[in-house]
Design a protein around this ligand. Structure first.
Ligand SMILES: [Mg+2]
Length: 259
C-alpha cells in the first residue's frame, strides 16, 4: 500500500479509539509482533518491542493480551516479565493477573498416535521437527527441502487427516507448520472469555494466520471492534496491514506518553 493509504488507515484506526475508557487489545505474536525464525525457540523479541508493549500495558485504559499458538513456557520466556495477560496454545492456556491456568480443557490421548506419524516424517524429512504442547502437537517444516515440503507434507497431511477424522480433531495449517488440535480450543473461544469479563468500548485484534480468523469472526459484528489482518489471504478482518513494521506503527499510538 502507498504511504498515504497507510497513514489513512493508521489515522482511522487510532481515531476510533479516541475517548474509549476501556480498551482490549488482542495481539497475536509470531508474524504479527515478531518475524518468524527457523525454530520457535530462536525468537528473541527486541528490547524496543518489549518497551512498546510495556508502555501500552501500563496505560490504565488498556488491557493487553498476547494471544498465541505457542507453548506456555515458550511465550512466558519472551513476554512473561510484561504486565500483560497471555493466551497460549491457541486458547487452551491462560495467564491472567500473573497466574497460569487452563482456560479450555480437552482430551489429548490421541497425541501418541499423532506423534508416531510425525516421528516417521521427521526421519524421512531431515530438518523437520515436532513441537509438542499440552493439548496439541505440531510438525514444523520451515527448514526442509522442496521435495519434503511437497510430497512429504501431502503424505503427512493425509495420515493426520485420517487420525483427525476418527478422533474429531482439527488440522491447523499454519506458516510452515501443520498442527493437530481439538477444535474446542481456538482463539475465538478465548476472545469470548475476555468479552464476557468486561464491557470494552474499543477492541483491537491483530493477527496474520488462519487461527486468528476465529478471533476476527467472534468480533465481526461488534461495532467497536477493529480487526486487522497482516499480509495476504482471505480474512474476515475489517482492515489489513502489510507487515509487522506497520503493526508497530499502529501500536505506537496506544502507548502511555507520560513518564
Ligand atoms: Mg501469527
Amino acid at each position: 500500500m502507498s504511504e498515504k493509504e497507510l497513514n489513512d488507515i493508521l489515522k482511522e484506526l487510532t481515531e476510533k479509539a479516541k475517548g474509549a475508557r476501556k480498551k482490549l487489545m488482542l495481539l497475536d505474536f509470531d508474524g504479527t509482533l515478531v518475524e518468524f525464525t527457523p525454530k520457535p525457540s530462536d525468537t528473541e523479541p527486541s528490547e524496543e518491542l518489549l518497551d512498546l508493549l510495556f508502555k501500552i500495558a501500563v496505560a490504565c485504559e488498556n488491557q493487553l493480551v498476547i494471544i498465541t499458538g505457542r507453548k506456555k513456557d515458550d511465550i512466558d520466556r519472551m513476554v512473561g516479565r510484561l504486565p500483560v495477560d497471555i493466551i497460549a496454545e491457541h486458547g487452551a492456556i491462560i495467564r491472567e493477573n500473573g497466574v497460569w491456568g487452563i482456560l479450555i480443557n480437552a482430551l489429548a490421548s490421541w497425541k501418541d498416535e499423532a506423534r508416531s506419524i510425525m516421528d516417521y516424517y521427521c526421519r524421512i524429512c531431515p530438518d523437520s521437527f515436532i513441537e509438542e504442547k499440552h493439548f496439541s502437537i505440531a510438525w514444523h517444516y520451515r527448514n526442509v527441502g522442496p521435495v519434503c515440503a511437497g510430497s512429504g507434507l501431502e503424505d503427512l497431511r493425509m495420515a493426520l487427516e485420517e487420525l483427525a477424522g476418527s478422533n474429531k480433531l482439527k488440522i491447523l495449517n499454519g506458516n510452515k507448520v501443520i498442527e493437530v488440535i481439538d477444535p474446542v480450543i481456538n482463539k475465538g473461544s478465548a476472545t469470548r472469555y475476555f468479552l464476557n469479563k468486561h464491557d470494552y468500548d474499543y477492541i483491537l485484534s491483530v493477527g496474520d494466520d488462519r487461527t486468528d480468523e476465529d478471533m476476527f469472526c467472534v468480533l465481526l459484528n461488534l461495532e467497536h471492534a477493529v480487526t486487522v489482518k497482516i499480509g495476504d489471504g482471505i480474512t474476515c478482518a475489517k482492515y489489513r496491514l502489510d507487515n509487522i513494521g506497520q503493526v508497530l506503527m499502529l501500536l505506537e499510538n496506544f502507548k502511555i506518553t507520560r513518564n
